[in-house]
Design a protein around this ligand. Structure first.
Ligand code: ATP
Length: 323
């Protein structure tokens, strides 16, 4: 392997820049030529591929977003699209890929490897934390910090007015951000897709808290929840708790931005280097991750299965602390 291209794809996540920078630096360390593919697979199809120099990766580690930009590409899902992408890589003599993204992006890399034999190592970059083969994905910690800081501010106004707030956090079908935000911000309840909480139970809990003279109530709702989003749940509750002034806040895309936390910078840096080293050691079609503080390589086919679940302990602890 002489020429490696790096790309970021799918939803952006804080720390992607740090991962790109680490992969490129590692490439230079091992005397490789490093390329950047702009706008994910879409850029691969449109030939937006540029050789990267040291100056391209200066002062990006600490910045949110991704300087390579990210995109969702419908064309890459087609055989014709992937053929165009392959031809463009060959034009530049690129013989391996580092793909930073979520399960969709890694699925694309897996398929591409199967079809064209382009060695790829995936780097888990998504705020959702929904990839197996790593304790945490890049961006998750920063997103949790952002959510918790925002909820702290909401709590101030909730307390001043004795309000009940339903705060919706991101995470797609996974409740990792929600459960962390719930524990980290002393929520009255946390509703996650993995566990169904009947509305009646939520109402009982809120009534019990009113009796216990709790002055503020924040309910965290994961966006992919089975009982609906924060607005829907608030609507259902309203009639049963008429004495509450109920408000809904959807944190939305602010959870995707911001400078990466220390944890995300270090995680992204380790995984960026691990991705390039993996390629050099013949580890193809795998995702680099960290489990129990050790770098591990998991077949992409396994990492994307969606097997990672919110820990039972986390759920139990959130419940104990909100009762
Ligand atoms: P996040 O979970 O943060 O949104 P993601 O990587 O899962 O990130 P997706 O939009 O699912 O985001 O995937 C990113 C891109 O990967 C898609 O736009 C598409 O180009 C490619 N991709 C996803 N699934 C496939 C597939 N089955 N075959 C080929 N390419 C795919």
């Amino acid at each position: 392997i002489k020429r490696i291209a790096v790309l970021t794809s799918g939803g952006d996540a804080p720390g992607m820049n740090a991962a790109i920078r680490a992969a490129v630096r590692a490439g230079f360390y091992y005397n490789l030529e490093m390329f950047g593919v702009y706008r994910g697979y879409e850029g691969m199809i449109q030939n937006e591929i540029k050789k990267l120099e040291s100056k391209n990766i200066a002062h990006v580690l600490e910045r949110g977003g991704t300087f390579l930009k990210s995109a969702r590409s419908a064309e890459f899902r087609t055989e014709e699209g992937r053929k165009k992408a392959y031809d463009n890589l060959k034009k530049h003599g690129i013989d391996a890929l580092v793909v930073i993204g979520g399960d969709g992006s890694l699925t694309g890399a897996h398929l591409f490897y199967k079809e064209y034999g382009i060695p790829a190592v995936g780097v888990p970059g998504t705020i959702d934390n929904d990839l197996s083969g790593t304790d945490m994905t890049i961006g998750f910690d920063t997103a949790c910090n952002t959510a918790i800081q925002a909820i702290d501010k909401i709590r101030d106004t909730a307390t001043s007015h004795d309000r009940l707030f339903f705060v919706e956090v991101m995470g797609r079908d996974a409740g990792f951000i929600a459960i962390n935000a719930g524990i980290g911000s002393a929520a009255a309840a946390t509703l996650i897709p993995e566990k169904k909480m009947p509305i009646e139970r939520l109402i009982e809990r809120l009534k019990a808290r009113t009796k216990a003279m709790k002055t503020s109530n924040i309910v965290i709702v994961a966006e992919g929840g089975k009982s609906g989003g924060a607005a829907e749940i608030a609507e259902k509750i309203k009639k049963q708790l008429p004495y509450y002034d109920i408000k809904v806040t959807i944190l939305g895309h602010l959870q995707r931005g911001g400078a990466p936390s220390s944890l995300d910078r270090v995680l992204a840096s380790k995984l960026g280097v691990a991705a390039v080293e993996g390629l050099l050691h013949g580890k193809y079609d795998v995702m680099a991750g960290i489990i129990n503080n050790k770098i591990v390589y998991t077949p992409i086919a396994k990492a994307i299965l969606g097997e990672k679940e919110v820990d039972e302990d986390d759920f139990r602890i959130a419940k104990i602390l909100s009762t």
